[in-house]
Design a protein around this ligand. Structure first.
Ligand SMILES: [Fe+2]
Ligand SMILES: [Fe+2]
Length: 372
């Protein structure tokens, strides 16, 4: 039996495993999910313990109440970390024991409960459902230009004030999403309307370095990390993310892995492409100020500062526009996705700036770690 990537002694026998699964109920939700997720063919074990699923789901519901009705930070972290771990099941290495649980009914129920509660809270926080769509392209640009995240102070801080440790903290915090982005664009292509495939494929091609393995965006990002002696770790520093960071990551995965939210994903993507260029220009200035100025070091952010201007235009004109022309009701979903992206990004940047301003990078890491 492999649990959490390691051989675990004492669990192979069904009776011992059942006891371990019951004992784990004492732990925080995300710890329970982490352990259970990695038990091969989990559903068989869950079915063998009377009332286990009901008891577990009931504990999930009370955690969701603390998270999304009472906004308790610890619960917000726990549910977003849980959702992160559950989404990973859809992209996990096939050799991992958790791959057997990709379609676990038990875990799907937990995931759906978290998603429903989270999206309901987003809808209340974002007030966008009633917004009528009259011109999606114009409305997306307006939304972007009027949103407080558009000129967020985080990037002024990185440009003018941050020290090297803080810059490194920022790079670590950016790692998980940057390195997952290839999968996210690929997932955008799955089931895409035929008249949008070329534009999405162009994005994938750019992400893959236009056929040059050394210039794939993952490779460029990892080159930056290696040049600064930042270890390349298996989880891309996801374990350092606060709930706000996990929320931003989960938003992409939610859109990419749920057909009913696919149109939201297009809005999420469009806003991401619009946001990055100007922020990255500031970040690049900060890098140069701190002596991070090799061509290879800056390649990832310089590439995105340029190419995302084209991607933003491409998403709006060649993906969003034809879809809304054929399916006007999709405009509402695209707009909602865009708003969710900007709102969650704003929460994340607020958090990160506050952390950078108030602590040295080493203390930020300790703070992240204590949330685990
Ligand atoms: Fe990229
Ligand atoms: Fe892009």
């Amino acid at each position: 039996m492999i649990v959490d990537g390691q051989q675990v002694a004492g669990l192979p026998k069904t009776e011992n495993l059942s006891k371990a699964m019951v004992d784990v109920m004492e732990q925080p939700l995300h710890e329970r999910i982490r352990i259970l997720r990695d038990i091969e063919f989990l559903d068989e074990k869950v079915d063998s313990i009377s009332g286990y699923m009901e008891r577990f789901l009931s504990s999930v519901m009370s955690e969701l109440k603390f998270a999304f009705s009472e906004f308790e930070e610890r619960s917000l972290y726990s549910v977003h970390r849980s959702l992160f771990l559950l989404y990973e099941l859809q992209v996990i290495d096939p050799a991992h024991s958790a791959a057997t649980n990709q379609y676990s009914v038990f875990l799907q129920k937990v995931k759906s409960a978290i998603e429903s509660s989270w999206l309901a809270s987003q809808a209340v926080a974002s007030f966008v459902e009633a917004e009528p769509i009259y011109d999606i392209e114009e409305q997306l640009v307006k939304l972007y230009e009027s949103h407080p995240v558009t000129n967020h102070r985080l990037f002024d801080y990185l440009r003018d004030t941050a020290d090297m440790d803080q810059l490194i903290s920022f790079f670590k915090s950016d790692c998980a999403l940057n390195n997952r982005f290839f999968d996210l664009i690929v997932l955008t292509l799955v089931g895409a309307r035929p008249n949008t495939r070329v534009e999405i494929s162009k994005n994938i091609w750019d992400e893959a370095g236009q056929g040059n393995a050394g210039k794939s965006h993952v490779e460029l990002y990892n080159s930056l990390l290696v040049s600064l002696d930042i270890d390349l770790v298996g989880d891309d520093y996801a374990s350092l993310l606060s709930w706000q960071g996990l929320e931003g990551y989960n938003l992409f995965m939610m859109g990419a892995l749920n057909r009913q939210h696919y149109f939201k994903l297009l809005g999420i993507m469009a806003m991401t492409e619009m946001l990055d260029p100007q922020n990255y220009d500031k970040l690049i200035s900060g890098c140069r100020r701190l002596g991070v100025c090799d061509e290879l070091q800056l390649a990832y952010y310089e590439e995105h500062a340029e190419i995302d201007i084209l991607h933003a235009k491409g998403w709006v004109e060649s993906v969003v526009r034809p879809i809304v022309k054929d399916t006007p009701s999709a405009g509402q979903e695209i707009y909602i996705g865009a708003k969710y992206r900007l709102d969650s990004c704003n929460r994340y940047y607020d958090y990160l700036l506050n952390a950078l301003e108030s602590e040295r990078a080493s203390r930020i890491h300790e703070g992240f770690a204590s949330r685990k």
